[in-house]
Structure formats: C-alpha cells, structure tokens
Design a protein around this ligand. Structure first.
Ligand SMILES: *Cc1c(COP(=O)(O)O)cnc(C)c1O
Length: 431
C-alpha cells in the first residue's frame, strides 16, 4: 500500500478547522472507508498527491478537465488575464465573447447569463421558470443532482407520486412540497404528476444523461416525451447540462439526442476548471432576467475575467478540434471493452453504463436504468474495489454513484494500465 502519511496528517488538521475536513462532502472518502489523499498538482491525465504518489485520474475535477489537467493554452489564458486585473465588477468584452461562443455552440440558447457554479445556474433557472409561468411547483427525478439549492435536495419518500421529503435538515417543508419527484426513465410517472397538479407546475428539470447516480443514459424517446409533455402543459423544460454540456458532444446531450430545452444550465467544462456556471435559453424567457426584466439575479464575481479567459479558451479548443469527441469515444469504448472482458472472463456480477466519455461500473449484475436499480449496487464491494484501484495508482471517484470521465490527455498506456489494475483489483475484491 502506498505511503499517504502526509495526506493523513493534513486531513487530521483539516478536520479541526473545516467541517468534515473538506469543502465538498464526497472529497472526504467517507463512503470508501479511508481518509482522502491531498492533491498537490496535476498534469494531463495524472495527479500527484502530497506524498508524491502518482495516479491516473478518472475524476477530472468531477467533469471539467476534458482536455486533461493544466492544459498549456488554458494556463496561458488565465495567466494573461490575471496580469490585467482579476476582477472589475464591470462589463467586459470577454463576457460578450463567451456569450457568443455558447450561443453559437448551443442553438437553443439565444441569450445566456453567467454565474459562478452549477448550483447557481440551476437555482436561478428555477426562479426564472417560476417567474415566467407564475407557478410554484417543479418536477425533478429521483437520483438526479442539480446542485445544493433547497428545492433540489429532495427525493421521493415512497414511489414517484408522493410529496418530496427533504434530504437535508434545513430545507423547509414548504420548499419540499413544491418539489415533486418522479422515477428517471419513467415518462408515465411524469404524466401522472402533471395530471395531479394541473397548471401548478412551473418547470421540469432533468439530467439528460444522469451522472449523479452513476452514469445512467435516457431510454430512447424518454427526453422527447418530456419535451412534449412540457409543451402541452405550459411547463418550462430545463435540461441540466452542467455535466453533459461540451462533454458527450460539443453541443451537449441536446445535440446528441436532438432535444430542444427551453432553458439549459451549464457548468463544469464551461469554466475550464475555474468556478463558472451559466443558464440560458429562449429569448422570450431570458428577457425576464434583471435588468432586462423583473426576475432578480446578480453576482459580484459573475463573468469574472480569469474564469471567462479559461472558459473561452476551453470552448475554442473544443470547437476547433471536434475530433476530440471521436478520440474520447474511441478511448472510452476501449476501456469499457477491456473491463467487460474482465467481467466476462471471471463471471463477475457487474454491469457497465457509458455514454461517450462518461461511464460507471456498477456492482450489480442487473441493468441500471434509475435510482432503484442503481441503489441495488453492492457499495461495500465497490469500496474494496476503489481502495484496490487507488493503491494501484488509479484515482476513481470515491463513490459508486458517480460517473468516471475520460480526458483527451489519457494515453493508450493509461488505458492498458487501468484495465490491468481493474482485473487485479476485481479479483481481490471478489476473492
Ligand atoms: C455538478 C452538477 C451540478 C452542480 O454544480 P456545482 O458547480 O457543483 O454547483 C448541477 N447539476 C449537475 C447535473 C451536476 O453534475
């Protein structure tokens, strides 16, 4: 086992001053029963921790690092911007450039507002949908994550048709009763909710490909049916592409599946690794946003020069070289096939889901299509596998219910090493 003594000592000190020792819960490695490694630096597909251990990284900062870490062009863009001042709180040309880039890549976005995180994007999108429709309720899907705003920290208590039960103390009952939840990939459940609350539902929000219960693709026609139901019932259709945008295709999942959201939320890749989010969509709806309209939303650091510089460079690189996506597909399918061979050779009770460069190995033998089936995974075995992989220099997300990400910087050798490590780790896990 690798020496991680410096990480351990930093974690012990962090526990005294930062809740749980981390600034975002999953970083604590709690569900995999060990203390986290502290990262010192990263380059391309690799991470190095403070004890000098090297890892092949499949977390990619939870999605943004599609071109690998410390891409020279993005680093240069940030450095150049910093010299001219890190924030003005005033309008800048870069913000226009970013807006023009986004609207050129995603034609369903006619106007866009920049914010500082995915959470801000979805939170604002919901407020906007409520302002636009004059209605209060929203529909979300069980197991979909849309950031940590109150309205989204809800899952169904029992089945799809109940009022939401808060997942976190501090979320009021009033808020949770306005959030209705349905089973992912179950358009009938959505229809029933709409019938039960006629003219009360402002918005439906969905991860077009779920990443936040592990990777779960939409069934054919599911997203199209949601679009139709929203159109028929005057509901704002919000497609949360914080993870999938610029990831599964340049134009995101909406390009891949040919769907037309009313509002799209973005984050992760759009910031090139800096804290950025955005929401945008139809001009008619976006014109409600202050100061064009009455729906208030603001931000001291929104459209920050460093963040815009990094994001613009990232989007330009992706736009210029669309073969990035075929390379990502080719590498990701090679990894998937390699692991599939291991699963079949050793008759392991595992199943895989993948869309492009997002994928998850689930520790269950049955197909995973929603929260129920994802939860059937053997979290204990996953935890053993995670630890075995980490000790072999493969950095996976420390949770069964997360997607892994391939980057353009991953090499053939990285993939071979990962398949080899996966075979050894799985044999240990199931011995
Ligand atoms: C990560 C994520 C968010 C939240 O974004 P943050 O930047 O972490 O606030 C929202 N929606 C989806 C689909 C995400 O994957």
């Amino acid at each position: 086992m690798a020496n991680t003594s410096r990480s351990q000592s930093l974690f012990e000190k962090s526990l005294k001053r930062i809740p749980g020792g981390v600034n975002s819960p999953v970083r604590a490695f709690k569900s995999v029963g060990r203390s986290p490694v502290f990262i010192q630096r990263a380059l391309g597909s690799k991470l190095w921790d403070v004890d000098g251990n090297e890892y092949i990284d499949y977390v990619g900062s939870w999605g943004p690092m599609i071109l690998g870490h410390a891409h020279p062009r993005i680093v240069e863009a940030v450095q150049k911007a910093a010299v001219d001042g890190t924030s003005f709180g005033a309008a800048t040309e870069r913000e226009l450039e970013m807006a023009e880039l986004i609207t050129s890549i995603m034609p369903t976005i006619e106007m866009v507002r920049m914010v500082n995180s995915g959470t801000e994007a979805t939170m604002s999108a919901i407020r906007l949908a409520r302002a636009f429709t004059g209605r209060n309720k929203i529909i979300k899907f069980e197991g979909c994550y849309h950031g940590h705003a109150d309205s989204f920290l809800i899952k169904a208590g029992s089945g799809a048709m109940t009022f939401g039960i808060p997942d976190s103390p501090g979320v009021t009952q009033a808020t949770s009763t306005d959030t209705l939840t349905a089973r992912y990939n179950d358009a009938k459940a959505v229809k029933t909710l709409i019938d039960n609350y006629p003219k009360e539902i402002a918005a439906l929000i969905v991860e077009p490909i779920v990443g936040n219960m592990g990777c779960v693709p939409p069934k054919p026609g599911f997203l199209q049916t949601l679009r139709e139901l929203c159109t028929q019932n005057g509901i704002v259709f919000i497609v949360d592409e914080v993870m999938t945008g610029f990831r599964v295709a340049l134009g995101g999942a909406q390009q891949l599946y040919n769907i037309m959201p009313d509002i799209t939320t973005l984050g992760k890749i759009i910031g090139g690794g800096l804290p950025v989010g955005a929401y945008g969509g139809k001009k008619e709806i976006m014109s409600m946003v202050s100061p064009a309209g009455p729906m208030y939303q603001a931000g001291t650091l929104s459209g920050n020069p460093l963040a815009m510089a990094a994001g613009i460079e990232m989007l330009k690189l992706l736009k210029k070289d669309t073969s990035t996506y075929s390379r990502l597909e080719e590498k990701s399918s090679r990894l998937e096939n390699g692991i599939q061979s291991v699963i079949e050779k050793h008759h392991l009770p595992l199943t895989q889901n993948r869309v492009g460069s997002m994928f998850t190995v689930f520790f269950t033998k049955d197909h995973v299509a929603d929260y129920e089936t994802a939860k059937a995974s053997d979290a204990k075995r996953f935890s053993m596998y995670f630890n075995e992989m980490l000790d072999r220099g493969i950095y996976l997300a420390p949770s069964q219910f997360e997607a892994a990400f391939m980057s353009d910087a991953h090499t053939d050798e990285d993939i071979e090493r990962t398949i080899d490590a996966a075979e050894k780790s799985l044999l240990k896990t199931f011995q």
